[in-house]
Design a protein around this ligand. Sequence first.
Ligand SMILES: [Zn+2]
Length: 186
Amino acid sequence: MRWAHDISAALPTNGPPQLRDESGIDTVVLHCTAMPDWNVWDTARYHTGPNHISPDGCPTIAYAYFIEPDGLIYKCLPHSVRAWHVGPWNDRSLGVCLAYEAGEAPPPAPQSAAAVDVCLMLTRQLGLPPDRVLGHRELEGTGYTVEDGNPVLRKECPGLAIDMPGFRAAVALAREYPEHHAVEVI
Ligand SMILES: [Zn+2]
């Protein structure tokens, strides 16, 4: 059993959050911080202040879940909050962010394993198949655009060292052993 520590009431915000109908969520999006040593507090302060997404700051941290390199998991937002992480997909998705700089090495094993378990928890809660777990770079309109019929990558997020088909296969495998991959939000 893993624990996801709910710190949603403690994180900084910037005005009221945008709310949405949770029944419309059909996608879980994997992200990375792409910054050295940023933790969940650094990330929330960045998002709620002037940033690359909005000069006025976003209402909340962009991610619903955040995972440290050692596998420590934070829940950052209720699923009813529409966070600003993937542009045209914000209404219908939840973000899971790794504190990971996205170099040539993949994330540490404890962090990857925790990410699989969080994505398993979310796909089970939301009634989604594992193929609805996508990397940010896989989302059209934010991760890539189509120009002259060809995809043009705009983002490498969550890092090119993360093989997304392999990650989805790990989530699918974990579904067969849910008792070994349980996450409880506390
Ligand atoms: Zn991202």
